[in-house]
Design a protein around this ligand. Structure first.
Ligand code: KG4
Ligand code: ZN
Length: 355
């Protein structure tokens, strides 16, 4: 079976062709994976502007899908999988509507996919099935969520952020530091020049359950907004000490020290919580997916912790860690094999839940 995947939940227009291999351990193969990034469109605004994003998806989607089909080498497909949510609703609608039209025109089934299920399945797409039960951390610009997987394709939410997502914290702190957008890659690049113990920053530990989600244990939740506020306060204090104006740039060394200290705290928090959950739930493997899994310190520390604990650690390569459609096609194949297809009347859902 060959699946066309389409992803337009945020600022990447992506299409991919993925085929089944027949090998139960490595069930899928990427035939093509095309991404048109909108980073340049949003850079001058310092973040993603939803309306500009939706309009750019409309401009890009035909060409991206055509290229995915041409490079996929088949010119044909047996189903279309598209991100139904969560994400920016105008952006989601472009990809989902395009997928519906494609499914209708080719008389093939439509498979709606949850964006985070896509990130989780990116791990399997690349490295083969994970030993189960597994605990997977999805860290992106919009999400920081921990999932337990006992059975393939069934994702149980263990915890999530109460406020900012990890990627969002990277983006906001980079902005405070005057490092530009998107923040994650710049902080990653600048941090090795700084001292990661130079600035004392708080590690938030949630101990109580959330009134809005009383079924979750709470202690597996994350919070990053206090950390961001602490960075802001310390930057202001440093400016006062140096007699600088409130928005004046700080010396490069101080910026690097702050970036490195911030990155250390975020990475330690993520890795600690992931491995704690793995121990708690008797996981046979752990995974990290989503844009922030591209972070070099996070990758190093998670892999080292895995070696120390004797647990295999699954992390996608850089091209599959940020948003792409190959992961959506893979998650679509998983759903299709579980008997999940949808009528063409389904709608996009900006806050679609994954259990
Ligand atoms: O998964 P993704 O491409 O899009 C969403 O679904 O949100 O994740 C984008 C996020 C952004 O916040 C970006 O700053 C962050 O991933 N990111 C990184 C790195 N590369 C991308 N964060 C830290 N270190 C990186 N190297
Ligand atoms: Zn994503």
């Amino acid at each position: 079976m060959i699946v066309m995947g389409i992803e337009t939940s945020c600022d990447e227009t992506a299409a991919a062709v993925v085929e089944e291999t027949g090998d139960p351990q490595r069930p899928w193969r990427v035939a093509s994976n095309i991404v048109a990034s909108q980073t340049e469109v949003h850079r001058e605004w310092g973040g993603v502007v939803p309306e500009l994003s939706a309009r750019q998806h409309i401009r890009d989607i035909c060409g991206v899908v055509e290229r995915a089909l041409a490079e996929g080498g088949h010119g044909t497909f047996d189903a279309v999988a598209a991100t139904q949510g969560p994400g920016l609703v105008g952006s989601l609608l472009v990809g989902l509507s395009f997928a519906k039209a494609l499914a209708w025109a080719r008389s093939v089934p439509l498979i709606p996919v949850h964006h985070l299920a896509g990130h989780i399945e990116s791990l399997v797409l690349e490295s083969g099935e994970m030993p189960l039960p597994a605990v997977v951390l999805v860290v992106s610009g919009g999400h920081t969520s921990l999932y337990r997987i006992e059975r393939q394709g069934v994702y149980e939410l263990l915890g999530r952020t109460r406020d900012d997502a990890a990627g969002e914290a990277f983006d906001k702190v980079a902005k405070l530091l005057g490092l530009g957008y998107p923040g994650g890659p710049v902080i990653d690049r600048v941090s090795p020049q700084g001292n990661d113990r130079a600035v004392a920053l708080p590690k938030t530990r949630i101990t109580h359950s959330d009134r809005n989600a009383p079924h979750l244990p709470g202690r597996r939740d994350f919070s990053f907004s206090g950390l961001k506020t602490s960075v802001l306060r310390q930057l202001n204090r440093r400016r006062e000490e140096l007699g600088l104006a409130p928005d004046a740039p700080l010396p490069a060394q101080h910026v690097a020290d702050m970036a490195a200290s911030f990155q250390r705290v975020v990475v330690e928090t993520l890795v600690d919580r992931l491995f704690e959950a793995a121990r708690w739930y008797g996981a046979q493997s752990v995974g990290i997916a989503g844009g922030v899994s591209a972070n070099s310190r996070l990758r190093e520390e998670a892999l080292a912790r895995g070696v120390a604990r004797g647990l295999p650690v699954y992390i996608p390569s850089l091209s599959l860690s940020t948003d792409n459609a190959a992961m959506i096609a893979a998650a679509g194949l998983r759903r299709y094999r579980a008997g999940d297809v949808s009528p063409l009347g389904i709608n996009a859902d900006a806050s679609l839940a994954l259990t």
